[in-house]
Design a protein around this ligand. Structure first.
Ligand code: XIL
Length: 408
């Protein structure tokens, strides 16, 4: 097998049609057989057979010829519909794991920083900024013709250790403005979008306005949200400014209350003329939950769109922590959840991007945050821990293939 790095397969152009032809042509010329990914990674025939077991699924789709269908990446499938597909990564993993980086470069046309743009990563001390890791991520996206998303400017988690003893009601506004001004300016003109405020709503905290109790709320009241969006807009007038939250997916009363509170927040911001452009729906889903109602999700997305806002699915993954141990059963159920969710969401033209919270089971926050009680490794993402496409990958590919084109 020729030793091919992903670099040699990537074109320095944004012309997706040309790029697709090139990728298929290059793969064909190099004699890639049943699994382009296995071929690129040099995996054993056993792992190729694992992917080969999905061939029946592949053959059942006729949007592309079988060969092309097998080789088209998620990014190419998404791009052909005017959609962005990407994942969250860290600079550390991109630099330290070349096989993983190659998969990211192949499968994604947008990346989001998992930790490198959070306060804790950027702010070693109250008067310091460290952009070394986020700059490396930006560089990676630029070398691979991808878009870059910023996550996140205001969040109650991921604050540096010095925060609590340093930030007071007297200086909080200045800290917030300086942080956003400095960070957003650093990447002005280079960011697709910013998650300006993350997870500000939590009706369970009992406030009339649905706001979550956070350090920022205690220090500044609700105005922290307005200050954040206004400061971000001044620092980068071109970036799409996003309000991002979780718990908006299921047909249960708790999430219905949260959807209502998010809509009310977005509406308050709009009525005050605060620049907000999109809602980020995190979509951390569960393989065992049966409360998904596609009509409810679609009607929520329609309500957001009717305010003139776009929607991004920003952190999609499907936890298998409560599914049976058998891998085939788990993978099928996880894939079903991906397909049902994306089919509903992508039927809404306002949804312009889908990002999974990770690309491969090799690196997923759920390993630590939602481990299985039987100790088996979790399998929530499109590629397995050997970077092989799973049924979840196929489900996402199918959802992209079946959606209608975006207007742009
Ligand atoms: C998580 C990261 O994946 C972890 O590595 C980190 O330790 C904690 O944060 N919602 C969000 C993300 O908005 O920032 C979180 O990311 C996952 C939940």
């Amino acid at each position: 097998m020729p030793n091919v790095s992903y670099e040699t397969l990537k074109l320095p152009t944004g012309d997706m049609a040309k790029r697709r032809t090139f990728l298929y042509g290059a793969a064909g010329a190099l004699g890639f057989g049943g699994s382009w990914l296995a071929a690129q990674q040099g995996f054993s025939s056993t792992s190729q057979q694992t992917y080969g077991s999905d061939q029946g699924l592949v053959a059942s789709k006729n949007h592309l010829s079988n060969d092309d269908n097998r080789r088209a990446s998620l990014s190419d499938r998404a791009a052909s519909k005017g959609l962005l597909y990407g994942a969250t990564v860290t600079a550390h993993r991109i630099s330290s794991d070349a096989s993983f980086a190659a998969c990211v470069a192949r499968e994604c046309n947008i990346l989001v920083a998992e930790i490198d743009l959070k306060w804790k990563a950027l702010r070693p001390a109250p008067d310091q900024f460290d952009f070394s890791r986020s700059d490396r991520l930006l560089d990676f996206t630029q070398r691979h013709n991808m878009q870059f998303r910023g996550h996140t400017l205001v969040w109650h988690n991921g604050l540096p250790d010095w925060f609590e003893s340093t930030v007071t009601a007297d200086n909080a506004e200045q800290f917030l403005r300086t942080h956003i001004q400095t960070v957003v300016s650093q990447y002005a003109g280079k960011m697709h979008s910013w998650d300006v405020v993350n997870e500000a709503i939590l009706p369970a905290h009992g406030r009339q306005n649905g706001l979550r109790g956070t350090p920022w709320l205690s220090l500044l009241g609700e105005s922290y949200i307005e200050i954040a969006f206004e400061t971000a807009a001044q620092a980068d007038p071109d970036a799409m400014l996003v309000y991002n939250d979780f718990g908006l997916d299921y047909d249960i009363s708790e999430e219905e209350r949260k959807r209502t509170a998010v809509l009310e927040l977005l509406s308050r911001l709009q009525s005050r003329g605060i620049p907000t452009h999109a809602l980020g729906i995190q979509a951390h889903l569960h393989g065992d939950l049966t409360h998904f109602n596609p009509d409810k999700l679609r009607s929520f997305i329609q309500d957001v769109a009717s305010m003139g806002l776009k929607v991004l699915i920003t952190e999609l993954d499907v936890s298998d922590r409560r599914l049976p141990r058998d891998i085939d059963t788990r993978d099928r159920q996880v894939a079903e959840v991906y397909e049902a969710y994306l089919t509903a969401a992508l039927a809404e033209p306002s949804v312009i991007a889908v990002l999974t919270w990770g690309l491969s089971d090799r690196y997923t926050w759920l390993t630590h945050f939602q481990p299985r009680s039987d100790g088996a490794a979790v399998r929530p993402l499109p590629l397995d821990d050997r970077l092989q496409p799973k049924r979840a990958w196929r489900a996402i590919a199918d959802a992209f293939d079946e959606m209608s084109e975006r207007d742009g």
